[in-house]
Ligand binder design. Sequence first.
Ligand code: FFI
Ligand code: FAD
Length: 670
Amino acid sequence: MASATVNPDLQKERQRATFDADQLTYFLYDGPANTRRKRYLQNLAVQETEKYKFRPIATLSQEQQYEQALMRSFISGQLEDRLELKNAKELSFLREAVAPQVAVPYGLHMSMFMNTLETQSTEEQKARWLPLAKSFRMIGTYAQTEMGHGTFLRGLETTATYDAKTKEFVVNSPTITSIKFWPGGLGKTANCCIVMARLITRGHDYGMHPFLVQIRDLDTHQPLPGITVGDIGAKFGFNSNDNGFLRLDNVRIPRDNMLMRYSQVLEDGTYVKPKNDRLTYGTMTLIRSNIVGGAARSLSMAVTIAVRYSAVRRQSEIQPGAGEVQVLDFQTQQMKLLPLVATAYALTIASRNMAAFYLRVRQQIEQGTLEELPQLHALSAGLKALSSWQATEGIEACRLACGGHGYSHASGLPKLYGTGTPLVTYEGENTVMMLQTARYLVKCHGALQQGQKLPSLMKYLEQPPGGSSGLDPRLDLSDLVTAYQHRAARMVSDVSAKLMSAASQGQKPYAAWNSNSVELVEAATAHSEAYVVKSFVETVSTFSGKLCSVMETLCRLYAVRGILKSLGEFMQDGYINSQQAKMLRSCLADLLAEVRPNAVALVDAFDFPDAVLDSALGRWDGQVYQALYDYAVNSKLNEKQVLDTYHKYQRPFMESQWKKNTTVAVPARL
Ligand SMILES: CCCCCCCCCCCCCCCCCCCCCC(=O)SCCNC(=O)CCNC(=O)[C@H](O)C(C)(C)COP(=O)(O)OP(=O)(O)OC[C@H]1O[C@@H](n2cnc3c(N)ncnc32)[C@H](O)[C@@H]1OP(=O)(O)O
Ligand SMILES: Cc1cc2nc3c(=O)[nH]c(=O)nc-3n(C[C@H](O)[C@H](O)[C@H](O)COP(=O)(O)OP(=O)(O)OC[C@H]3O[C@@H](n4cnc5c(N)ncnc54)[C@H](O)[C@@H]3O)c2cc1C
């Protein structure tokens, strides 16, 4: 990453840091050896990719973006083979550097399609399909969402009707709203997909199940009979991905193309029920867990760009006549960015805990134990929503904090936003996800009322209501965790009481649910925030020395900022009083000042190569003006001094205006 001339302001920032950023990098990448390996892989990927001199993706048409993304995947594939990479983390670092924030068309194949095959197929099906999928003879996607329904899966209309005579399923899209719409890679890339369709056998509808459907010829890539497939057109972002539509006109597939690990249809059409019919939703749960890490990483990139730029950018004076300051010295700028640096770390840590929890429960499921599945669903849904909301809002805040240059694609921030914001919608729309978490919280509250024991993550709901916070200016970390848990427990209890009172007044449960759903979402958000704060606190207390004190400060900043943002929720029952609220305000100002000297080192620790950030403003060497100028000079419009459009449209337009007043004397030079 070394560069001949580093901007002096950035250099000073790095020198004044009170801790060794490398130590934090080692934490993020699991030790010095893995960090070296990550750097090696990413450097190699960057060198290889630079040879292709790709144009910035934002300057390309949809078709060109798609083409570039395929080329990037091709380069990645070559490197992966050459290096014989197998390790999932190593692969992800390599791919991140070859295709930074590029939604590649094989994304769904490598994530949801492969995972569904692996977790929902029988052993025999796995033996048949996995070798084809791993060797990209089969390129798949996950086709669940339809034009008419994405959220309400029970409303899906695509049917798979069993025909016992031929031992086949007939897969059909009966209406315009039943057309599969949005699946990634479906438009032009995939040759098969997992179609989620309502299973009908012996005249009975058993709801959504997964089926493997071939949609294109494996050799010519032409759509098969009965298949109408294509790309859905240009979108807000994600244009390198051919999100597609799919219409199935009574397409016949063999009986054993239904993924039969959990439920089966026997040859005679008998349906065999799964142990839990929500196991069909398993792939969504995995991806929701992964999204927490993806959101954290996108936000980490955005804060790296905005903090480095704010250290380089000098604008206005603080002390009159004393010269222009780094914009990062304005308290308001610190308030915009430093809590977001804290959020990036908080989410990174929460995502690791989430991933570990997912793995543990997945292993239990493999062994047939489903006890922790509801807890996993509630946690992954809530964290998916919280992390993607915080990341999306955070990326946009970073863009705004970069002033005019943030608006240019040269900043890299619009690309981060375009790729990051669909996280709010896909894999379960966030409000809907929070309501799923709320459903579980209300259930836990009910169980508690009946004297039952709660699972580990919900134990805090057992704390008695009322009481007051012990928070004082020392900002003890355990007091902060307790405050978040108290607020969440109080909100869950309040909204549960409202639901019960509505029931006692004869209101139907579904109506009571809807008329309290704003509060339910708030309670689920509070619960998810409590989890993030607890994870952050538990992890930083394992650090030592200077790193520990820097991270504790960052953790306090995250927690205090969060309390002040939702102060009413913490004060409503008097748990935090007005004196404490005042104290927290002053503490916030102190925390900003405390984090300020380490701001650049904290973002450096994320260790993103420049090519991954892909930003003129976030460069490691801080040479932002040269980079911005180079970007401008390379604009397509600058390829010719006088464009054809001058002769075609501008000149005729000007001449039409001149005709209105022919008496104006025009000098040869102005
Ligand atoms: C990225 C690259 C570039 C870099 C980007 C930078 C960032 C990168 C980020 C990268 C990250 C890596 C990603 C790789 C790429 C992936 C791309 C992904 C693309 C997106 C794919 C999709 O977008 S793909 C479609 C997803 N489409 C949904 O997501 C539908 C939501 N809609 C539902 O999910 C259901 O419709 C909904 C609401 C639950 C109601 O379902 P329902 O009506 O059946 O259920 P009810 O509400 O009646 O609940 C009945 C009982 O089921 C329980 N339950 C419900 N769900 C359960 C579950 N999952 N597990 C266990 N239990 C569950 C519930 O808790 C109740 O339990 P109980 O009865 O005991 O209370
Ligand atoms: C970039 C991108 C990639 C995608 N990739 C895939 C893919 O690979 N495969 C696939 O199958 N799908 C994919 N999708 C589709 C995605 O999963 C759905 O868009 C998503 O599940 C939301 O469903 P919806 O679009 O029907 O939204 P709707 O459910 O129509 O949501 C619209 C509004 O209604 C509200 N709402 C809906 N239901 C409720 C409720 N019960 N309570 C309260 N509010 C509610 C929502 O909160 C939202 O505000 C992708 C989408 C995008 C944007």
